[in-house]
Ligand binder design. Structure first.
Ligand code: FES
Length: 172
């Protein structure tokens, strides 16, 4: 099944794929991939369209979406946090770091905050194990974390986002 996901054509638009759908087995995954590329995630209305065109029930489509980690049911946040769960980070307290982030943001792994600012995911290894425990926020790496330092980092990102919004509001 993984091969099907990798080889699916990625350059056809969601609506084109829906339009040319012929009931071929295995077409659901490419349809879902197209929807995610188009919307950035798979919104409820896309699931509704797909169910209408394919005749596959919405609950079966949800089942497929939740089975594959590549699919998202929520838009990604402005800041995507990747908390490393690799071995070096694990033995250096990655679990506590992840729990601190969850507590600070009020979300769990895989979720996005209600204000759309943060999405939290885990990854196997970021590749800078000597800095364990490590997280990435978008393209920036933060290492040798403690619960206190990770809270501070997240609060700084939040502050930055609020300042940006304020400066946009004051210039408009
Ligand atoms: S295990 Fe975390 S960076 Fe390698």
């Amino acid at each position: 099944m993984k091969g099907v996901i990798k080889t699916a054509a990625k350059n056809e638009s969601f609506s084109y794929r829906l339009w040319k759908y012929e009931g071929a087995p295995g077409e659901l995954i490419p349809l879902l991939q197209s929807a995610q590329e188009h919307f950035g995630y798979i919104p409820r209305r896309a699931i509704n369209y797909i169910a209408g065109v394919t005749g596959i029930s919405e609950s079966d489509i949800y089942g497929v979406i939740t089975f594959y980690s590549q699919f998202r049911l929520q838009p990604m946040g402005k800041y995507v946090i990747r908390a490393c769960a690799g071995t070096a980070c694990h033995v250096s307290g990655a679990k506590l770091i992840r729990e601190t982030i969850e507590d600070e943001l009020g979300i769990e792994v895989g979720d996005t905050t209600e204000d759309g600012l943060f999405t939290l995911n885990t990854v196997a290894c970021i590749g800078c194990c000597s800095l364990a425990p490590v997280i990435m926020i978008n393209n920036d790496t933060h290492g040798r974390l403690t619960p206190a330092s990770v809270r501070k980092i997240i609060r700084n990102y939040r502050k930055k986002a609020v300042e940006k919004t304020d400066s946009i509001a004051s210039t408009s």
